[in-house]
Design a protein around this ligand. Structure first.
Ligand code: SF4
Length: 575
């Protein structure tokens, strides 16, 4: 199936299939979404207006049997940060889009009236249909209804009520193989889809397949690559305890942001830890291993049941558990799981929304530790779009401004995730310099600062942190172009065979002869392209800073502050 660009214009409700421009041919995933957004979106446009475009791009290896290659990149100008944005997630949509021959789906324009639509993509093109039944419904209802309404097993990309209300925390959800949801969580991309009045996109590749230029070499490279992933000890820990294995580790390191980032350790860490979660899952008949898309060999996801043995949530991630747990001081794992399910259903980024709850707790909206109160606010305020619900649904920065709070952990208005930058300084450089606002996945220095993967850089000293973050951000931008899950990075950093096998996979797929240098240059190109967009949108190096309290409030137990000068942070861009 030859790759094409599918373009939908929501102003005049038309769609076309176009040849891939030569300049886009070598790109996939994040490299492609950022290239298209930079080329076609006015940097100063309103993110929720007709000039913004929403771009979906499978990775270069998506749709093939390459292990862990099913991430879908979604890009646009972000309504939360005002920067360029790429957010990627698992689920089945990336593989199915690639098999349909879709290199990228670009949605532009905006309808004038109140009518809502859905899109149906097949290899023959995209049809635009009016949608009434599912408007106002949560994501789980959308997935259940479409399972009955549509034939076969199409990929589903959907928004919940948060996206319909164009909230800054609105995510885009992607159906996984079991009818659960994976989220392109960060940056409010669900609000962009809502502004274009699209409730869901269904993808049916018919009998489409991805062409492989050299199948034998591809198979051989995939064997080596998959073995490197399976053999790595971090992959094995992820398959046993999920990403939540990190609660006890980051707590021990004194970098677990607790009580709205006022201390680095949580007294209730044991009750929300990966080990406790693992035992609870086994006692209740859930699944400790689960994949977010076919072909994953690490399986960090899981199915968490309630006390009656009924499924409560899946894909229960460390970042969500930390944010609703330690940051909001909620010790009850069932309350956290219930909140996780509600956020998935309403279509909210669990990091942004939970950090917003922590700021709201500091403001006295509800007490720290009130897990039941969080669930009530999600159901009765956020899902219904009340005044309070919209303040929380627009993120941590929105709550801080509404209530006059100074300890608001955001960079470029995006909530800081689960690692305190005072105690783990490398990640602070990533938060400050990322082109996307605070985002740990953009340059995951925790690997080297805490897990000793790819060497060791002491988390509490300044030395080596800028270089570490730079190298990881360049590598991550390239990995995000392949469709690979970020968790391949542990094996890629430690196992000498892993990265060459990944490059061999790309070469065998497209009949290329890329080298390691080409991969590094791709990563640099993506970061520079994204930064140029942000600069044209009005961002300067003054935006590459952490909030003031990180420099002035020492974090227990190490009693350290973030002590990089602006000049030191700016050396990140010396490449
Ligand atoms: S390791 Fe986890 S996030 Fe990565 S592909 Fe597998 S289930 Fe998805």
């Amino acid at each position: 199936m030859a790759d094409k660009i599918y373009r939908v214009n929501m102003t005049d409700l038309t769609s076309t299939i176009e040849e891939v421009p030569a300049a886009w041919a070598g790109h996939g995933g994040r490299g492609l979404t950022s290239t298209i957004v930079a080329a076609e979106v006015e940097p100063t446009c309103h993110p929720l207006g007709p000039k913004n475009k929403l771009v979906f791009a499978p990775g270069l290896l998506s749709g093939t049997v390459a292990a862990n290659s099913g991430r879908l990149s979604i890009g646009a100008k972000s309504p939360l940060t005002g920067t360029i944005k790429e957010s990627n997630a698992g689920g089945t949509a990336s593989q199915l889009l690639a098999r349909a021959g879709c290199k990228a789906l670009i949605i532009e324009g905006q309808p004038k009236g109140d009518t809502w639509y859905s899109l149906a993509l097949t290899p023959d093109g995209v049809t635009i249909n009016e949608e009434k039944e599912l408007i106002g419904q949560g994501n789980f209802r959308v997935v259940e209804t479409l399972a009955k309404r549509l034939e076969g097993k199409p990929g589903i990309i959907t928004i919940g009520q948060a996206g319909e209300m164009r909230m800054g925390s609105a995510n885009i959800s992607i159906k996984d193989p079991d009818g659960g949801l994976r989220s392109s969580g960060r940056g409010g991309l669900g609000a962009v889809m809502g502004a274009k009045k699209i409730k869901f996109i269904a993808i049916d590749p018919k009998d489409g397949k991805v062409a492989i230029a050299n199948p034998e070499k591809f198979k051989e490279a995939n064997r080596t690559f998959a073995k490197a992933l399976v053999d790595h000890p971090v992959s094995q820990a992820l398959g046993q305890y999920g990403t939540n294995v990190l609660v006890n580790i980051i707590n021990e390191a004194g970098g677990l942001p607790t009580r709205n980032f006022s201390t680095g350790q949580f007294a209730g860490h044991e009750s929300i830890s990966g080990e406790t979660m693992h035992d609870t899952i086994l006692q209740r008949g859930g699944k400790i291993k689960h994949n977010c898309h076919p072909g994953c060999v690490i399986q960090c996801s899981q199915v968490f049941n309630d006390a009656k043995g009924e499924k409560l949530t899946s894909g229960f991630e460390y970042e969500s558990i930390w944010a609703m747990g330690a940051d909001c001081c909620v010790e009850n794992l069932d309350h956290i799981a219930e909140a996780d399910k509600l956020m998935d259903d309403i279509g909210l980024d669990t990091i942004e929304t939970s950090v917003a709850m922590g700021v709201a707790m500091e403001a006295g909206v509800l007490p720290f530790g009130d897990g039941a109160g969080v669930c009530r606010i999600l159901k009765e305020e956020v899902a219904k779009g009340t005044g309070l619900g919209r303040i929380i649904g627009n993120g941590a920065g929105s709550v801080g401004r509404a209530y006059g709070i100074t300890r608001v952990p955001v960079v470029k208005n995006q909530a800081i995730p689960a690692y305190d930058p005072r105690a783990i300084k490398g990640i602070g450089i990533t938060y400050a310099t990322s082109t996307q606002g605070a985002d740990h996945t953009m340059g995951y220095t925790i690997a080297t600062n805490i897990l000793n993967v790819g060497g060791k850089v002491d988390p509490l000293t300044k030395e080596g942190q800028v270089e570490l973050s730079r190298n990881l951000q360049i590598a991550t931008a390239a990995i995000d172009s392949t469709g690979m899950c970020l968790f391949i990075a542990f094996a890629a950093l430690d196992d000498a065979k892993c990265l060459p096998a990944l490059i061999d996979l790309i070469n065998a797929r497209f009949n290329l002869s890329l080298t390691g240098d080409d991969v590094v240059n791709l990563g640099k190109y993506i970061l520079r392209t994204e930064r140029a967009f942000n600069t044209a949108a009005g961002f300067t190096s003054a935006d590459d800073r952490l909030p003031e309290f990180f420099y002035t409030e020492p974090l227990p137990p190490h009693n350290v502050v973030f002590d990089f000068s602006g000049k030191e942070i700016d050396t990140f861009w010396n490449f």
